[in-house]
Design a protein around this ligand. Structure first.
Ligand code: UT7
Length: 325
């Protein structure tokens, strides 16, 4: 009997429009706001990001990524009996992105739902789907991270609008006799909700509150370096492994300084850290599956290797997973 889940295939999708730091600086300059490629690269490692065209939503991006992951798994949409979507930028208040993507793909009537844990969303969704497959509640689970953060950015706030981009990534998990997802750990601290949030909501037919992303960057930075190291050590401990046994760290791509600092603390050298932040920016819940699929398709990540995934995001929420790929 299968008691584990493993990754059968990965996929990702980026909308075609690329926005470089210089493009963004020119756009902000029109409103008298100063930023520069040098500042953005030095503080974050970001060089460019992709923005979805008007009218394109996270369901569109997620559908593309999902189709690629299902193909890579050698399955068809009929084989998928669970869809978990991690997103903070869904197409609708309801139904969920998972339901909308299920209809587009033509998957049969298994469970479909979204998980909202912002940038830690993919780790949450992966862990939830892992429990479903391990328990036999589902056989083949599609786990998607998809975001259009460009649609909630305040372009008058240079402290946040230069950081984020759009994209989607997906994996298919299936049952296995040997571990795949070896261990995962999830955490949250709602007392810190105020340091990273999009507080607007729809009420009585109107948007009330500020419907744009707000962040106290320094406060998040301080928390991030602390909780990421701890949660990474927690999953390594659960799995009985050390940093030396990690072939690839696949971190949430928010800031190169945070990523490399955490890796160093764990004894993982920079050349074993998958780094896509320069080209994708921070794509929130999409960033880990996007980075994972990019490294798989580039031939960097290979079957049999051990991966450490970790992320922190609004909530605060954070988590990590150790995966034998
Ligand atoms: O995905 C969820 C998790 N999120 C994160 O992990 C983000 C964590 N935080 C960060 O990555 C960093 O805090 C930032 C990249 C957001 C900011 O970097 P920082 O080194 O913490 O810069 P800062 O906020 O302390 O700002 C330093 C200076 C300030 O000017 P003064 O007060 O020193 O004159 C800012 O006004 O840089 C200024 N600044 C900018 N200058 C040019 C802020 N944004 C910009 C900008 N261009 N885009």
């Amino acid at each position: 009997m299968s008691i584990y889940s493993r990754i059968l295939g990965t996929g990702s999708y980026l909308p075609p429009e690329t926005v470089t730091n210089d493009d963004l600086a020119a756009r902000l300059a029109l409103d008298g706001i100063e930023t520069s490629d040098a500042w953005i690269v030095e503080r974050t490692g970001i060089r460019e990001r992709h923005f979805a065209a008007a009218g394109v939503g996270s369901v569109d991006l997620g559908e593309h990524a999902a189709r690629r992951a299902i193909d890579a798994a050698g399955l068809s949409p009929q084989d998928v009996d669970l869809i978990v979507v991690a997103t903070s930028t869904p197409d609708m208040i309801f139904p969920s992105n998972a339901a909308l993507i299920q209809a587009r793909l033509g998957c049969p009537g298994g469970a479909v739902f979204d998980v909202q844990a912002v940038c830690a969303g993919f780790i949450y969704a992966l862990s939830v789907a892992d429990q479903f497959v391990r328990s036999g509640m589902a056989r083949n689970a599609l786990v998607i991270g998809t975001e259009v953060f460009s649609q909630i950015l305040d372009f008058s706030d240079r402290g946040t609008c230069v950081l984020f981009g759009d994209g989607a990534g997906a994996v298919v998990l299936g049952p296995s006799d040997t571990p795949g997802v070896v261990a995962s750990a999830l955490h949250g601290d709602g007392r810190q909700a105020g340091i990273l949030r999009t507080p607007g909501r729809v009420c009585g037919g109107k948007v009330t509150g500020h419907p744009f992303l707000e962040m106290d960057g320094q406060a998040v930075f301080k928390q991030a370096v602390h909780v990421l190291e701890n949660v990474a050590r927690e999953v390594l401990g659960k799995a009985g492994r050390s940093g030396d046994e990690v072939d690839w760290m696949v971190p949430h791509q928010a800031n190169i300084r945070i990523m490399l600092h955490t890796a160093k603390k764990l004894g993982i050298p920079p050349e074993r850290v998958v780094q896509t932040v320069a080209w994708h920016g921070n794509t929130s819940a999409a960033s880990i599956p996007l980075a994972l699929d990019t490294a798989v398709r580039a031939g960097q990540i290979r079957r049999g290797q051990t991966l450490l995934l970790e992320a922190v995001g609004g909530g605060l929420t954070w988590g990590a997973a150790l995966v034998d790929y």
